[in-house]
Design a protein. Structure first.
Length: 477
C-alpha cells in the first residue's frame, strides 16, 4: 500500500512539474512573440503605435535630374540638425554624410531615416531645408552658386511628425529661377458659351524650374488679360515664400467690340442673374438700376455657364498642359468689378469647385444688391469650404463701398459658421484707391498671401525654433 501510495505521489508530482514546465515554455515563447514589433497577431493598436525608439521621418525630394550639374548633390537640413556642410582644414567644403540625399530614380532623391523621440516630438512640426551643393566652384553652370551651396527658395517646408516608423514627406524644391512665365493659349473654344478666347497661364518660378507633376493651387482670373500686369507681384509673393505655389489662369474677356470693356458678352458672362429695373439704387446711383443702359436686350445672367466653362474646359486644359493636379480645395477665383461679383458668387454658391475668392471692387450693387438680398439667404456653403477676401477703394463712391461693406457684415452675421472674420472672411478698404486696375493690383499684394498663405506653424508647436544661423558656421569657414 505504501509503495502504491508513493507511486501515486510521484505520478502527481511529475504531472504538476510537467504542467509548470509547459507554462514556463509558453510564457517564454508566446511572451516573446507578443513583445516582438513584427508579430502579425498583434491588434491594430499595437501595430499603429510603434515604440518611441522607432519613430523616424524619411524625406523624398522630387527634382529634375536634368536641372542638376554633374557634381551637384542635394542635401537636407532639419530642426534637428541645420549644419549639413563641414569645413575641412584646408578650407574646402564637404557635406556631412547623413545630410546627403540618395538618387532613387525617376527624378527622386531620398534621405536617410531621420530618427526622433516620439514621446517628446509626436504632433510637433519640423522644418526642412533643401541645399543644392557642389564642392567644385563654378561647376554649377545651370544654377550659379555663391560659395558652392544655395538653399531652396519659396515657401518654407514644414512637416508634422506623426510618431510612426515610416512617415514620408514629399518635397518639390526650386533653387535657381526667379521669374515666372505667362503662356497664352489662343482660340480656346467654349462649348458652354459658344465662343472662343485666349487663356493666359501664369506659372510661378517654382513650376518653371521644377515641372514635375504635383498638386498645386490654381486660380481663375476673370478679364484675364490683366494677368500680364500682375506677374511681378506674383513672382514677389512666390519668392518671398509668403504664399503657396499658385498657377493663375487668366480667362480673357470674350470681346464683341474692340477695346470696349463693357460689351454685352462680358455683361452676360459676369452677372449671375437677368438684369431688371429696381430701386432704391445703391449709393443713389441711378444708372446702376437702368437695365436698358447696363444690359441691352436683357443680355445678362450667364455666370453659371461661364463658371462651367472654367471648371469643365479651362481647368482641365491647363492641368493637362502643366501636368499638375488640383481639387476643389485648391481651386480659387479672382476678379475685378463685374469679375469681383462673379468671384464672390462662385465661391459662395459653388464652394466645392472654388474654395477661395478674391472679390476686388466687386459690383455687388447688381440688381439693387441682389447678392445680399437673394443669394446669401438661399445658399449656405459647408463650413471649411469657402473663404472670401473683399476689397474696395475708399474713393470709388458709395455705389461700390456701401454694398461691399454691407455684404461683408451680412456674411459675418448670417453665415458666421462659414465666414469667420480674419480667418475665412476679410475686408480691405484701400484708402485713396479708385475703380481702376492699379488700385486693385496694389491691394493684391495683401490678398494673395492672405487667401493662399504658406504653412507656418506657431513656434510653440515646433520641434525647436529654427536657428537664424542656418549653415553660417559652414559657409563662413
Amino acid at each position: 500500500k505504501m509503495t502504491k501510495k508513493m507511486k501515486k505521489i510521484d505520478n502527481g508530482a511529475a504531472y504538476y512539474l510537467l504542467m509548470a514546465g509547459l507554462w514556463v515554455l509558453c510564457f517564454l515563447v508566446c511572451g516573446c512573440c507578443c513583445a516582438h514589433p513584427n508579430n502579425n497577431n498583434n491588434n491594430s493598436n499595437s501595430t499603429t503605435a510603434p515604440s518611441a525608439a522607432c519613430a523616424s521621418l524619411r524625406v523624398v525630394v522630387h527634382y529634375p535630374e536634368s536641372r542638376l550639374c554633374a557634381t551637384c548633390e542635394l542635401l537636407i537640413g532639419t530642426d534637428f540638425n541645420w549644419t549639413v556642410v563641414a569645413v575641412s582644414p584646408d578650407g574646402t567644403l564637404a557635406p556631412t554624410p547623413n545630410a546627403v540625399l540618395t538618387p532613387a530614380g525617376s527624378d527622386r532623391w531620398v534621405s536617410k531615416p531621420i530618427p526622433y523621440d516620439a514621446a517628446t516630438h509626436k504632433g510637433k512640426w519640423i522644418e526642412l531645408t533643401l541645399i543644392r551643393f557642389t564642392s567644385q566652384f563654378g561647376a554649377d553652370t545651370i544654377c550659379p552658386v555663391n560659395g558652392g551651396l544655395i538653399r531652396n527658395m519659396g515657401e518654407r517646408t514644414f512637416v508634422q511628425l506623426d510618431g510612426t516608423c515610416n512617415q514620408t514627406a514629399d518635397v518639390y524644391p526650386f533653387f535657381c529661377t526667379r521669374t515666372g512665365t505667362i503662356t497664352p493659349l489662343a482660340n480656346v473654344a467654349s462649348p458652354q458659351l459658344n465662343n472662343t478666347r485666349t487663356i493666359y497661364v501664369y506659372q510661378p518660378p517654382s513650376l518653371v524650374e521644377n515641372p514635375l507633376p504635383r498638386t498645386v493651387h490654381m486660380v481663375a482670373l476673370s478679364d484675364g488679360q490683366i494677368v500680364q500686369w500682375m506677374d511681378s507681384a506674383l513672382d514677389a509673393s512666390a519668392l518671398a515664400g509668403v504664399a503657396r505655389e499658385t498657377v493663375v489662369v487668366g480667362v480673357a474677356t470674350a470681346y464683341t467690340n474692340n477695346n470696349n470693356n463693357n460689351t454685352q458678352q462680358r455683361m452676360f458672362e459676369l452677372t449671375f442673374s437677368k438684369c431688371h429695373d429696381c430701386s432704391p439704387c445703391p449709393g443713389g446711383y441711378a444708372p446702376a438700376c437702368n437695365c436698358s443702359d447696363l444690359a441691352p436686350n436683357g443680355h445678362s445672367g450667364g455666370s453659371d455657364l461661364y463658371l462651367d466653362f472654367v471648371t469643365q474646359t479651362v481647368f482641365p486644359l491647363v492641368r493637362s498642359k502643366l501636368r499638375v493636379h488640383t481639387t476643389g480645395a485648391t481651386q480659387g477665383i479672382a476678379g475685378y468689378s463685374l469679375g469681383g461679383l462673379t468671384a464672390c458668387y462662385a465661391a459662395y454658391t459653388r464652394s466645392s469647385e472654388f474654395s477661395r475668392a478674391h472679390c476686388s471692387s466687386p459690383s455687388l450693387w447688381w440688381n439693387c444688391n441682389e447678392f445680399e438680398r437673394r443669394v446669401i439667404p438661399n445658399h449656405k456653403p459647408v463650413p471649411g469650404t469657402s473663404a472670401l477676401y473683399l476689397d474696395v477703394g475708399s474713393a470709388e463712391g458709395a455705389i461700390m463701398t456701401d454694398p461691399t461693406r454691407s455684404v461683408y457684415h451680412a456674411l459675418a452675421r448670417e453665415r458666421g459658421d462659414v465666414y469667420v472674420v480674419g480667418r475665412t472672411l476679410w475686408l480691405d478698404v484701400g484708402q485713396g484707391d479708385y475703380h481702376e486696375p492699379n488700385s486693385w493690383l496694389r491691394r493684391m499684394y495683401t490678398a494673395v498671401p492672405t487667401l493662399y498663405p504658406s504653412v507656418t506653424p506657431p513656434t510653440t508647436e515646433r520641434v525647436r525654433e529654427a536657428s537664424a544661423e542656418l549653415l553660417m558656421s559652414a559657409a563662413e569657414g
